[in-house]
Structures are given as structure tokens and as C-alpha cells.
Write a protein of this length. Structure first.
Lengths: 520, 402, 532
């Protein structure tokens, strides 16, 4: 643990107190660096915060479930000792089906033909994902490099894929660029099952089930789940903010100086290096390295400025696709919602409105043209069932990720937010009659709202589309895919980098390692 | 006012005509035209030899209108240009011109051209090739407007030892005080006209920038005041001889733009083109700077040099070898000409290390067609500085009265 | 029953790839017999007289991809093949304007500049990047892909070749290539152009023949696939085969016969015989058996293994993968005999851009919506149209003063959501297309003498292409290179010794390219231990 140096400067400055920023800052401090972290909002956590959206009702602002945070990282950070607790683990997923019994996802719950197929499919997908999983905790390789260390991840991946054996290897190479629609059609009969399984491939992505590349996003999620270990779908106690509180305590304990309500206005450059930051108030803080958890466009174009970068690199950054398509619906309820056809207890898990592949694809169609979906796709949780403390006694919170809600909506969000919220509520109410009567308050966060609230350019949860051409060693752009940037002393550590979005923390940890290696 | 397009639509007559077209056509005895940046221009008026000697002996008019021109203005225009080109635009005074190159991220040259500082925040960039795609890509994050104004500005190059006298006689008062790379503003026959002491001949000379409507008037005025001073219109071929003598490089001849190259390894850096003097690493960031710093540390593997070739036959497209046996290829000639003024057989060639060192001896392979029979000649050549011809008069102010 | 030693090899199907494979084999002295189900050869590369003296290239309609090394090796010009390049191209817009493509660089720049000055110059960067990709991929076309899961020296060598070639691009271009192969055409074009019509024009080749929309990742590759050809070294150029696309097949047929090969038409192969785990010959639909130790199938992978071979001769896992191979019909075709040259008021009189491919679309969104219709099992209400009037350049296609028009339509499904194709539906589909064209040509409808309307269903039934897919299988990432057609079987060999694939189902895929046929022949000869 090192304290700030006498001159008021730090070894490292981390921009943004989202989960990746906190993880990165903590590990840097533990690596012996003096670290300061600046967060623009008064709350830490960024998009992984818990917000009070109505008096007494609190909810995770964006992602509401943990599924990909590596178990190793949680242990490394000793999160439990800093107060991290779960309200539920191993949560089940249930597909809501119109006028019928909801379909629980899991080999045990399915019709015979699909059950056997599911077991086979699930096992194979998890085998393939397991081969990819270690890559999540490595910096992506650099092509054309002469350094073996930068090529090592590529060779490691090649070796791991080879080790799968010819059959699985060939299957991986085949499906990696495929669409999830075809993959599921190859394997299953039940429309509801296919819809539910496809949802994980397209959640938060600018893809429909028929879009090639959607299998990779699914494998990527499964790889994350594989790295996350046995806990499965997890709801943190106190919402996602509960996790970030623990991360913040870990950071402080490691000696990180944390300042909230301190938006960074720009990154300073001196002698060809990032030399510190200037806050919006005008205060300058010097540092040997600046690590930004802000999205790539914000970092490069706004905080640093194009003039410190080559024009070709800037062109790549402007081409980084980062327009969000996911909105968040929060409902404050005076009683627990009643979903029809649900096996008792399942309401505590994850409820999916994605009744078929066609349904999702049609919902996506609208997004392509800047319209919102008339029949949206949703991932719903009722966090208060597992964690009653999030609402006043007897009250409940419903939290739903609603797709597809394009950032650039024709006609603008200001005029249409209400209509979309109504549509989303009506869509849920089709599976939960009486929902409307129980609503005390509601909130819809559209991508532009997320952009404003959390300073994410484009309001994209993942800071940028998870797509084949924005993956791994080309994420966010060539030249900045190994957390280093063209400017010495400036690093990225946010979801715009490998392995991308979701409350994972791997980008923060991988970036911290890069910083520590560079300085060492 | 835009230049009047030819009457026929573009799919029938793809090339535009400059405002000097009618005048040039009247003088073009051999009907030899070439396309240049979308315009039809004269390649040869009467004879390359006589046109060339007018450059070195008297005065010449060359229609420069197709030169692509951009107006770059706005609060960030100086910063923008500084990030674009490798020289320090901050040091460029008002009404001054600077020869520049600009590079891609890898430090490979995209194009060369001249930057005119017309005001604190107003510039003109003149280039041989169209560049708006790269210029706009470079504009992200700068408060700057970029506009192509090629068809709004007619341009003439007046070059040669009597050029100052021709201008003086045409009423350009005080032209003799204009220093190299300086811009002067004049009014001739009521038309405003900007003159820069710049050129592509390596000789005393000026470039004149005017509204298209004034083009023919100015042409006539110069032709008339130049009559007794040996003025003549010249085409691109004569100019090309002069520019090789001056050691100037030409895009798509001596280098290929890094924005256009298809093959790996064809791009060239300023170091390789012998333009290291254009690099200012202390002015702050510019595109390609990091790559060029690395190249400076690493050293470069080839360089564009001048060759003084034995014999009198121009070494067009010749391969360069390190020995007479022609076993090891070490480069190739990109421009070659017999220099009528220097009486030397000169060439520009890209030559590998270490043979590009001044004074090295190399061999070039020349093919000669002698009455339909091809003969191969291995000629010795010496590596020399590129400026084969650099008369004092091009720099002296006021210029001597020829 | 034929004598057992009469034929060294049987090629099933006289499509262009089958003929190419047969030619290469025959040239080494093998006795090759090509069996064709139809009364005419050529498969989908045919010239047919279906109405008076008009010649229809009634399936494939243009030529560019046919590999020059094949044209040369098989001496096709000697056997009558001549390819005449387009003089231009254009896209007709709903507002009465158009975007033309001219061969002259300056004319083209000024034409694009009418729509966007910036795009006129961005076009240079676009062509550069597409050309760079072409340069990378072209040498791979005539090679057999490696099996990355194998440790055989050939596969490792080939993998290393790929890796070295890729590495040779240098860091920046390696990333560009990675991105290019995985991007959508829309995203790719967005990185260059601002004008909708410019993007829509170039996106056309990203959807032709494919069940992808311009926004589907991977469609940028399909765009490239249409650029890989060249005519007389002009990369990306397209042209007409003089006498229609049948001229390609007829030249191949003549070349084959000159090398001693033989062709039997109206001889449908019902079964490929397997004896003792290896190829034994074929049985025709009429029961005739023809023995041969080598059977090379030009049929697509589904038709070969599911319809002409017995399941017991093939491994279960292999069959499962064959069933999973995506062959989707997405294109329709109209062949129209015209009483005169239709007027297109949008195109200036005398402009050469009508003597090439004329498209009808306005925006990427329109094309994507056309794709959305296909996904729902209906033909596009506002289809993307690629039409040509070859008779303007090729006097052999129609009587004097009359014209033949080829109209390629994207998208048209193989199976309709509301039941099977009927004559009435086919007519409605044709009317949709004709009305779309008529909006751009006031006298078009009055000139129509005859129109042949072909849905994917018709194409399947006549040509034998499963679902009427013109590429014998989607050109998506899961079905390219070492994945095409089946991972582990991308080297033209099949689970049965002596049975080979040579159709567009194999690497490098569809289009009248001939590379699959040539590569398959090379593999066969390698297995025979013969030099080629």
C-alpha cells in the first residue's frame, strides 16, 4: 500500500468508479501503486449501481444479475470480507409463454425429446465455452508482433481449441461465426425453449437470432459463466450496488483515494505521455499513468482529444459501434406480481419474454430502422422476492431489461419514452394479469438516459456492440485492444475492452496487470 | 464563380476544361493533351525541348488550375494543420507558403503539397491528388471547415529567369520584393490576384491565383508583357524535365500514396523519400509521429536519391544493381531524364541501404530500342544529391534582371 | 449393364463445375463420363430458347468469376467462349434520379459527386480496401482448404500457408481483414460513405443469392465474393458471355469432348453405388448401371448424400451435418422477351450505364426490409432488382430490334408461409417485379412479349439446386473455407472412398467460377497419384 506522493500526484489515476474502475484501482493499489479514482456521480458503481427510483424503492440501474464475474477474481479481491453478499445464487430461468404454462429451462423440466437434446447441447456448449474461458482473463494477442508474450494468448487459444479434439474443434470453428437461430433449429423442437436460449445470445447486443455472430456472443456469455464458477445466476444483496459497495470498500482498504462527484474534464499530455487529469472544476492532478474505465469514444475523443492521436486511429474509434439497444424498466409495486402458469418459486428467478426465435427476430427488425419493438423481448427479475430490503415492507420491485430500444429512435425518446414504457408494461401484464393495478411508480431508462446518467457514449451497456468485428483483439479498436493505447501512460479498463460488457470485472483486472507490467 | 463545364455531360466528356482552355488550345500546335485531376491539360504545345529551354532561359506559363485546392478555416485551423502535416505550421507566418507532406498512422506519406497561410485561421492547401476523405477523417475533434475550391480559383505558374520582369511589366508593382515562399496581393486590370513565389521548376518563378473570370485577361496580359521576354506556354512534359532537375518528387511517379497502395511494402516514409527535413518532432503530435520516431530510432532501409548516370540515355524504369553483374537488385529508378541544362544523365531512384550513401557507385540496367532491336546496357551511376540544378536566382530577392 | 472398365470416372451433373472437373481429369487421359439429368448441359449456366428466337440466360446471367487459369488451361476461347465486359451500371432511384457507374474514372467521380462529393473520394478508399481483400483471397480460391483439426502434413502445410499469407499483410491489414470477413455490408459501407444511394448501390452484391440482409454480419464477405473475378485483368469487372451463359457450358463441353471425355444428357443419376466401402458407379433413373471406380458429384451436398446415396453408406454424424448444411433459396428470376428497348427516363439518353447491370433500390433500409419479407416466408414487396439487357451488347441474344432482359430478384423464398407455390402466386410474384420495373420505365410493360418467371422452387425442380440456392449453400462464415461444406470434409473427399464433391457446395463456393471443379479434379488426381 502506498500513499500519495508529496507533490499531490499519484502513480495511477483511474477515471470512473464503475465496477471495472474499482477492480482496476484496487489491484493497482495492491500492486504497490498510489492510486486515485475519480467518479463523476455522487454514487460509485457507474451503471452497476443501485438506484432509488421511487421513494423507498431501490433497484439495480442496469444489469440486475451477476453471471460472469470470475470466481477467481472475487476471491482475489476478497469481496466477501468486504461485505459482498448474495441474495440468491443458482437462479433458475423460466420462459414465459402466452396462454400456457411457463417453460422452465433445464434438462429436468423439458419434454423428452428436447430434454435429451438440451443435455447434449448444453454439455457441448459448455465444453466449448470452457476452452474459451481462460481467454477472458488474458489480454488479447497482438497480431504482427515480434514479442512472444503478445502472441501467447493466440497460441494458447489454438492449443486449447486443439485439445478439444477434432469433433469439438470442428464444431467450434463452424458455429463460432454462425447465427444462434440455425444452431438452435439444428438442436431443438420447442419454440419457447429456442426463444429462451436465443435471448442470452442477443441480450444487450445489436443482433437478432438470425444475425451471424450471435453464437459467439452466446459462447462468450457461457465462457463467462464457466469462469464464474458454480454460483450460476446470482443476485447480489442490495442490488448491483451491493457489489460495488464491497468493491469500493476493497479499494479503500487497499489505499485507493476515491473521490466522487469529481468528473474528469480531460486527460493531460506532457512529453508524449499521459501525465494526469484535469477535473471539471479545474483542479489538476498529476499521475504516472491514467487508466480510463470510460467508454473508448469518451476516453479518446472527449477526455484525451483527437489531436493527441493519429487520424487513422481516430477514424477507427469513430467507427466503433456503440449505440445501445437495451432499455431498463423499473416498476415499484404494492404487492408481488402474479405470473400465470409459473411453477411456484420460479418467480424468484429470471423470467424471459422471448417466446420464439421469430418473436425475437421480429422485435429486432424494428430496431434496424430506428423504431422500438412493438412486441419487445425482456429479461425480468423481481429482486424483492430474494431481497425484500429493496422496497418498503410489502412492496416489490420489478426490474426488466427491455429490447429492442434503439438509441437513435425515429422521433426521439423524449416523446416516446412513455409510450414504450406502457408497451413494456402491457407486454409483462400479458403474463402477469393485474400488474398495472399494483404499480406505484415506474421508470424507463432509454439508451439516451443511460448515456446521460452514466456518461456512456451511445448509452450502450457494453460500451460498444459485442459483435465479431468488435471482439477480442479488435476490441475496441486495433491499436488499443491490449488495454494500452497509442499514448504512453494511458490505458483503458472498461467494458469497451476485451472481454466486454456485463458486470464481469475482467477488463479492470486485465488492465491492472498491463499497467503493473509496464511500470515494472 | 465555378469554372464553366464543358457543354457535354460527364459521361460523354469526363474531363473538365480550365478557364485557360481556349487560350491553350489556340497555342497547342501538336494537339497533345493529358488528364490531370479531372481536367484536360496540355502535355506539349510545340516541342518539349523548346518549352523546356524557355523555363531555364526566359519565362513560361503553365496552367496550374487542376491543382487541387482546399480552403481550411476555423478557430482550430492551425492546430488541425499541425496535426495533419509534419512541419510546424505555427512557425508559418501570414502570407507565407510551406511545402509539406502528410502521413498515415504508420508514418507513410499520403501526399505532398503546399500550405498557404492566408490569415490567422485561414489556409489554403494545394495538392496533386484529391484528399477530402483523409482531410475530413483528420478533422474529427477540430473546429475547422474544409472545402474544395479547385474550380473557384484559376491558377497559372509563371516560371523562368525573366518571370519577375514579365510580372513587373504587366503591372505587378513591387513584385521584385516578394521573397521565396511569400504571398503578395495585387490588382491587375481591376481583378484581384494573389501571387506566391513558389513553383515546381527549381527556378525563379511565381504562381498566380485568380478568379476564373479574370483568367483570360491575366493570361493575355502576361503573354503580351512577356512577348519581348521570351514567354511561351508550356505543357506537362517540359515541366517534368525541370522538376527532375530540381529534384522534386512527383506522386504516383516517385512514390505511391499510402492511402492508395494495394500491396504491402509499397508505402514510403519521409525518411525514405529524403524529406526528413520536413519533420518537426518538437511541435506536438501529428499523425504518424510515433511511427516516425520509431523509424528514426530504427533507421530506414531505403532512400530516394539522385543518380548521375553514365552515358546519355535516360534510365527510364531501370532496375538498380550493386554490381555490374546485375546479380543483386538494390532498387529502381522512378524518374529519369537527360538534363539539357546540366548536361548530365540524371535520375531519381529508390535505393536500398547502404548503397544510398552519397557518392556510392551503383549500376543501372537500361534498355534501348535501336531500330526495333532492344539492347541492354549496364551503366555506372553515382549517388548524388537530388537537386541537380539549383540556380542562385531562384532565391535572390530582388531577382536579378535576368 | 456396361462393361466394368469402360469409365475411369463418372461426373454426376453437367453443371459448369462438373464439366470443369471432367475436363481436367480427361486431360490426364482418364476416361470420363459426365451424366446430366436434363436434355441440355450446363446446369445453371445455360442459354435456352424458350420463346421464339430469343436466347435466355435463364439462370446465371453474367460472367466474371470464371477463373482465368481455367479458361486458359481448358482452352475455352478456342471452343467458342467470349466474354464481353459491361460498359457501366446503375441504380435507379424512386425519386427519378439514378446513380451510374462509369468505367471512366473521372466520369465516375463526377457521377458519385452528384450524390456526395465526399463519397466520390471515399470511393477510392473503398475500392482500395476491397482490392486489398481480393488480393488476399484470390490465391486461396484455387487451393484446397486445410483441415485445422488434422495433423496430416498437407493440412499443416496448408494452414501454415494461410497463416503466412495472413501474417504477410502486416498488423493493420490483418485486423482489417479480420473485421472485413466478419462485418455486415451495411457497417462496412458506413465506414466509407454518407450517401444512401451510394451505399445501397454497393450493397447490392452483398445480398445477391444469399439469405442474408445487408445488416447481417458476414454480408461484407458476400460483397467481396462478387468482386473476386476479373475480365482481362480488370479486377471486379463483369461481363456477358457471348451467346448467353450456355456458351460457358458449351465451351466446356466441347473442350471435354476434344480431350476424349463424353457426356450423356437425359441421363439422371438415381444412386451412387458403394461397393465394399468405396465408389462403384451409378444407377440411372431408368435402372441402367454404369460402373466406375470414381464418382465425382457436381450435385450440392444435400442432394448428393441425402438423395443419391444410401444412409447406410455414410456415418450418422456426417449425415446430421449434411442435414444441417444451409442451402436456402432466396432469389427469383424473370426472363423477359421485349419488343424493343425499354426507356428508363432516369438514365440520360446515350449514357453507357444501361449497358450493364441496372439495379432498383434506394436505401440499405429498403434492401433490409426486402430481407425481412423473406424471413417471414413471402417475396419482397419492394424487391431488390438486378436487371440486364444483354442483347444491347450481344447481337446473338434476340432478333434484330428486339431485346432480352434478365431480371434477378432478391428476395424470393423457396417455401411460402401461406403454402406451396402455385401458378397464381408465381404470377403475382412476377407482377410485383414487373410493376417495380415499370415504375422506372413507362413503356416497359407494353414491350413485354413473353416472361418466364422462376422462383427458387422452380429452379430446384429444373436445375436440381436444393431450394434453388444459386451458390449450392449459403456463403456464411460457418460454411466457408475449411467449413465448406462440412468441417473435416472440406477437401472435396467424402466419407466414401472414390466419391468426391466438385460443386459449389465446396470451397470456394458459388458463382460461375469453376474453382471447385478444378480443385476437386486436382484432389482426385492426387489420390490417383497422378500429376495434373
Amino acid at each position: 500500500m502506498a500513499a500519495a506522493d508529496a507533490g499531490g500526484g499519484f502513480d495511477c489515476i483511474v477515471i470512473g468508479g464503475g465496477h471495472n474502475g474499482l477492480v482496476c484501482a484496487t489491484l493497482l493499489a495492491r500492486g504497490g501503486r498510489s492510486v486515485a479514482l475519480f467518479e463523476a456521480n455522487d454514487l460509485l458503481g457507474g451503471a452497476a449501481a443501485t438506484r432509488e427510483f421511487a421513494a423507498g424503492f431501490r433497484v439495480s440501474a442496469c444489469a440486475h444479475l451477476l453471471h460472469s464475474m470470475p470466481a477467481a477474481l472475487q476471491r482475489e479481491l476478497r469481496l466477501q470480507s468486504y461485505g459482498f453478499a448474495t441474495a440468491a445464487t443458482g437462479m433458475a430461468s423460466t420462459a414465459l409463454v402466452a396462454d400456457g404454462a411457463a417453460l422452465a429451462i433445464g434438462a429436468a423440466d423439458l419434454a423428452a425429446a428436447d430434454a435429451a437434446a438440451y443435455a447434449r447441447y448444453d454439455a457441448r456448449m459448455r465444453r466449448l465455452a470452457a476452452a474459451l474461458a481462460p481467454m477472458l482473463s488474458r489480454a488479447p494477442p497482438r497480431l504482427g508482433t515480434r514479442r512472444w508474450s503478445e502472441l501467447a494468448p493466440l497460441l494458447e487459444l489454438g492449443w486449447r481449441v486443439r485439445r478439444l479434439g477434432a469433433r469439438d474443434m470442428r464444431e467450434l470453428l463452424r458455429i463460432a461465426g454462425m447465427n444462434v437461430y440455425d444452431l438452435l433449429e439444428e438442436n431443438f423442437e420447442s419454440a419457447a425453449l429456442k426463444g429462451a436460449l436465443a435471448l442470452d445470445a442477443v441480450l444487450g447486443a445489436n443482433l437478432g437470432p438470425r444475425s451471424p455472430g450471435s453464437v459467439l456472443t452466446l459462447l462468450h456469455r457461457l465462457a463467462g459463466e464457466c469462469a464464474a464458477g458454480a454460483a450460476g445466476l446470482t443476485q447480489p444483496l442490495g442490488g448491483m450496488g451491493g457489489l460495488c459497495d464491497a468493491l469500493a470498500r476493497a479499494a479503500r482498504a487497499a489505499g485507493v483515494t476515491i473521490r466522487t462527484s469529481s468528473p474528469v474534464a480531460r486527460i493531460e499530455v506532457e512529453a508524449d505521455r499521459a501525465s494526469g487529469v484535469v477535473l471539471e472544476g479545474g483542479e489538476r492532478i498529476a499521475a504516472g499513468a491514467v487508466i480510463s474505465s470510460a467508454d473508448p469514444k469518451t476516453t479518446f475523443l472527449h477526455l484525451l482529444g483527437a489531436r493527441h492521436l493519429d487520424a487513422g486511429f481516430v477514424r477507427r474509434v469513430t467507427h466503433f459501434r456503440s449505440r445501445g439497444l437495451a432499455a431498463k424498466l423499473h416498476l415499484a409495486l404494492d404487492r408481488a406480481p402474479q405470473f400465470t402458469g409459473l411453477i411456484p418459486g420460479r418467480e424468484a428467478g429470471r423470467l424471459l419474454i422471448a417466446p420464439s426465435l421469430q418473436y425475437i427476430e421480429r422485435a429486432y427488425n424494428h430496431a434496424k430502422y430506428g423504431e422500438y419493438s412493438q412486441a419487445p423481448v425482456m429479461e425480468i427479475t423481481v429482486p424483492t422476492i430474494n431481497d425484500p430490503g429493496l422496497a418498503p415492507a410489502g412492496g416489490h420491485v420489478l426490474s426488466a431489461i427491455v429490447q429492442y430500444a434503439p438509441y437513435s429512435l425515429k422521433g426521439g425518446w423524449e416523446l416516446q419514452r412513455g409510450g414504450f414504457a406502457d408497451l413494456a408494461i402491457d407486454t409483462i401484464a400479458r403474463y402477469a394479469p393485474g400488474l398495472r393495478r399494483s404499480i406505484v411508480a415506474s421508470e424507463l431508462l432509454s439508451p439516451p438516459d443511460l448515456e446521460r446518467e452514466f456518461r456512456i457514449s451511445g448509452g450502450h451497456w457494453h460500451h460498444g456492440d459485442m459483435a465479431l468485428d468488435q471482439f477480442w483483439m479488435v476490441r475496441p479498436v486495433p491499436g488499443a485492444a491490449q488495454y494500452r493505447t497509442p499514448l504512453d501512460g494511458l490505458f483503458l479498463c472498461g467494458a469497451g475492452c476485451h472481454p466486454g460488457g456485463g458486470v464481469v470485472g475482467a477488463a479492470g483486472r486485465n488492465a491492472a496487470r498491463q499497467v503493473l507490467q509496464q511500470a515494472a | 464563380m465555378p469554372i464553366t463545364e464543358a457543354a457535354a455531360p460527364h459521361y460523354q466528356q469526363p474531363l473538365l476544361r480550365t478557364p485557360f482552355h481556349a487560350r491553350a488550345r489556340a497555342l497547342c500546335e501538336v494537339d497533345s493533351y493529358i488528364p490531370w485531376a479531372g481536367y484536360s491539360t496540355v502535355d506539349v504545345f510545340t516541342s518539349v525541348e523548346h518549352e523546356y529551354f524557355a523555363i531555364r532561359n526566359a519565362a513560361t506559363l503553365y496552367d496550374l488550375t487542376p491543382m487541387v485546392k482546399y480552403r481550411i478555416a476555423g478557430a482550430d485551423a492551425p492546430d488541425y494543420l499541425n496535426r495533419l502535416v509534419t512541419r510546424d505550421i505555427g512557425k508559418l507566418g501570414r502570407d507565407r507558403v510551406a511545402y509539406c507532406v502528410w502521413c498515415n498512422d504508420a508514418g507513410h506519406i499520403i501526399d505532398d503539397g503546399t500550405v498557404f497561410r492566408l490569415g490567422d485561421t485561414e489556409f489554403r492547401l494545394c495538392t496533386a491528388m484529391r484528399q477530402i476523405d483523409w482531410l475530413m477523417a483528420s478533422a474529427v475533434g477540430f473546429d475547422v471547415t474544409i472545402e474544395e475550391v479547385t474550380d473557384r480559383i484559376a491558377a497559372l505558374a509563371l516560371q523562368g529567369p525573366t518571370s519577375c520582369a514579365v510580372l513587373k511589366a504587366a503591372g505587378f508593382e513591387g513584385i521584385e520584393r516578394l521573397k521565396p515562399f511569400e504571398i503578395g496581393r495585387f490588382a491587375v486590370g481591376g481583378a484581384p490576384i494573389t501571387v506566391s513565389r513558389t513553383g515546381f521548376t527549381g527556378d525563379l518563378g511565381y504562381e498566380l491565383w485568380m478568379e476564373p473570370a479574370a483568367a483570360e485577361t491575366i493570361w493575355d496580359a502576361l503573354m503580351s508583357s512577356g512577348r519581348s521576354r521570351g514567354i511561351r506556354a508550356i505543357g506537362s512534359q517540359a515541366l517534368n524535365v525541370a522538376r527532375i532537375e530540381a529534384g522534386f518528387i512527383s506522386p504516383n511517379v516517385d512514390f505511391v500514396s499510402a492511402e492508395h497502395s494495394l500491396r504491402v511494402g509499397r508505402d514510403r516514409s519521409p525518411f525514405e523519400l529524403g524529406l526528413a527535413w520536413l519533420l518537426d518532432f518538437d511541435k506536438g503530435h501529428f499523425t504518424g509521429r510515433r511511427a516516425l520516431l520509431a523509424e528514426r530510432r530504427r533507421g530506414h532501409r531505403r532512400r530516394l536519391v539522385g543518380l548521375d548516370v553514365a552515358g546519355s540515355k535516360a534510365a527510364h524504369n531501370a532496375l538498380v544493381y550493386c554490381t555490374r553483374s546485375g546479380k543483386r537488385e538494390i532498387g529502381s529508378v522512378s524518374s529519369a531524364v537527360w538534363s539539357p541544362t546540366c548536361k548530365r544523365n540524371i535520375a531519381l531512384a529508390m535505393v536500398d541501404a547502404p548503397y544510398f550513401a552519397m557518392g556510392s557507385t551503383v549500376w543501372v540496367e537500361i534498355y534501348l530500342n535501336r531500330e526495333l532491336v532492344w539492347e541492354r546496357r549496364m551503366m555506372q551511376a553515382r549517388v548524388v544529391e537530388r537537386a541537380f540544378f539549383a540556380p542562385v536566382r531562384r532565391r535572390s530577392t530582388p531577382p536579378a534582371d535576368y | 449393364m456396361a462393361r466394368p472398365e469402360e469409365h475411369d470416372a463418372i461426373v454426376v451433373g453437367a453443371g459448369h463445375n462438373g464439366l470443369v472437373a471432367a475436363c481436367y481429369l480427361a486431360r490426364t487421359g482418364l476416361k470420363v463420363l459426365v451424366l446430366e439429368r436434363n436434355a441440355y448441359i450446363g446446369g445453371a449456366a445455360v442459354s435456352r430458347r424458350l420463346y421464339r428466337d430469343f436466347t435466355y440466360s435463364n439462370c446465371s446471367y453474367v460472367c466474371s468469376l470464371l477463373r482465368p487459369e481455367i479458361i486458359r488451361a481448358l482452352e475455352l476461347p478456342r471452343f467458342g467462349l467470349q466474354i464481353i465486359p459491361y460498359e457501366g451500371g446503375c441504380t435507379l432511384m424512386g425519386n427519378g434520379d439514378h446513380l451510374a457507374i462509369y468505367e471512366n474514372h473521372d466520369a465516375l467521380r463526377r457521377e458519385i459527386a452528384r450524390h456526395s462529393k465526399r463519397d466520390a473520394e471515399a470511393y477510392e478508399r473503398y475500392s482500395r480496401d476491397v482490392m486489398r481483400q481480393c488480393k488476399f483471397i484470390k490465391p486461396l480460391l484455387m487451393r484446397t482448404p486445410p483441415d485445422p483439426a488434422s495433423f496430416r502434413p498437407r493440412d499443416i502445410r496448408e494452414l501454415l500457408f494461410l497463416a503466412r499469407r495472413f501474417h504477410g499483410l502486416g498488423e493493420e491489414r490483418m485486423y482489417d481483414t479480420l473485421r472485413f470477413w466478419t462485418m455486415s455490408a451495411a457497417d462496412f459501407l458506413d465506414e466509407y460513405f454518407e450517401s444512401e444511394i451510394v451505399k445501397a448501390h454497393f450493397a447490392g452484391s452483398s445480398i445477391i443469392g444469399t439469405a442474408l440482409g445487408p445488416r447481417s454480419p458476414g454480408s461484407a464477405y458476400v460483397l467481396l465474393h462478387h468482386y473476386m473475378g476479373d475480365i482481362d485483368d480488370t479486377v471486379g469487372a463483369w461481363g456477358f458471355a457471348r451467346g448467353g451463359m450456355g456458351a460457358v457450358s458449351n465451351a466446356l463441353g466441347a473442350s471435354l469432348q476434344a480431350s476424349g471425355g463424353s457426356i450423356r444428357s437425359s441421363a439422371a443419376v438415381a444412386r451412387i453405388l458403394v461397393r465394399g466401402g468405396r465408389a462403384g458407379g451409378v444407377v440411372l433413373a431408368d435402372g441402367e448401371q454404369i460402373a466406375a471406380p470414381l464418382v465425382i458429384s457436381n450435385l450440392d451436398v444435400r442432394r448428393t448424400f441425402l438423395e443419391t446415396m444410401s444412409a447406410e453408406d455414410l456415418p450418422d454424424e456426417f449425415l446430421r451435418q449434411v442435414r444441417n448444411f444451409k442451402i436456402r433459396g432466396s432469389s427469383g428470376k424473370l426472363n423477359i422477351a421485349l419488343d424493343g428497348l425499354p426507356r428508363f427516363p432516369a438514365i440520360p439518353a446515350g449514357a453507357p450505364c444501361s449497358r450493364g447491370d441496372m439495379h432498383v433500390t434506394d436505401t440499405l433500409e429498403m434492401m433490409e426490409r426486402a430481407y425481412d419479407d423473406w424471413k417471414e416466408g413471402r417475396w419482397s414487396r419492394a424487391p431488390y432488382i438486378d436487371m440486364l439487357i444483354p442483347s444491347q451488347l450481344d447481337p446473338t441474344m434476340a432478333p434484330d430490334g428486339k431485346h432480352y432482359m434478365s431480371v434477378f430478384v432478391q428476395y424470393c423464398p423457396y417455401a411460402l408461409a401461406d403454402g406451396a407455390w402455385t401458378d397464381a402466386k408465381r404470377r403475382q410474384f412476377g407482377d410485383t417485379v414487373i410493376e417495380t420495373i415499370a415504375r422506372h420505365s413507362p413503356n416497359f410493360k407494353d414491350l413485354i412479349l413473353h416472361a418466364e418467371i422462376r422462383t427458387p422452387w422452380d429452379i430446384e425442380n429444373e436445375v436440381g439446386l436444393t431450394e434453388g440456392n444459386i451458390f449450392q449453400g449459403e456463403l456464411t462464415m460457418d460454411q466457408l473455407l475449411f467449413n465448406r461444406p462440412i468441417p473435416g470434409y472440406a477437401q472435396y473427399r467424402t466419407p466414401v472412398r472414390g466419391v468426391y464433391l466438385c460443386g459449389s457446395s465446396t470451397h470456394p463456393g458459388g458463382g460461375v467460377m469453376g474453382a471447385p471443379g478444378a480443385n476437386a479434379a486436382r484432389t482426385v488426381l492426387e489420390d490417383l497419384g497422378r500429376a495434373h
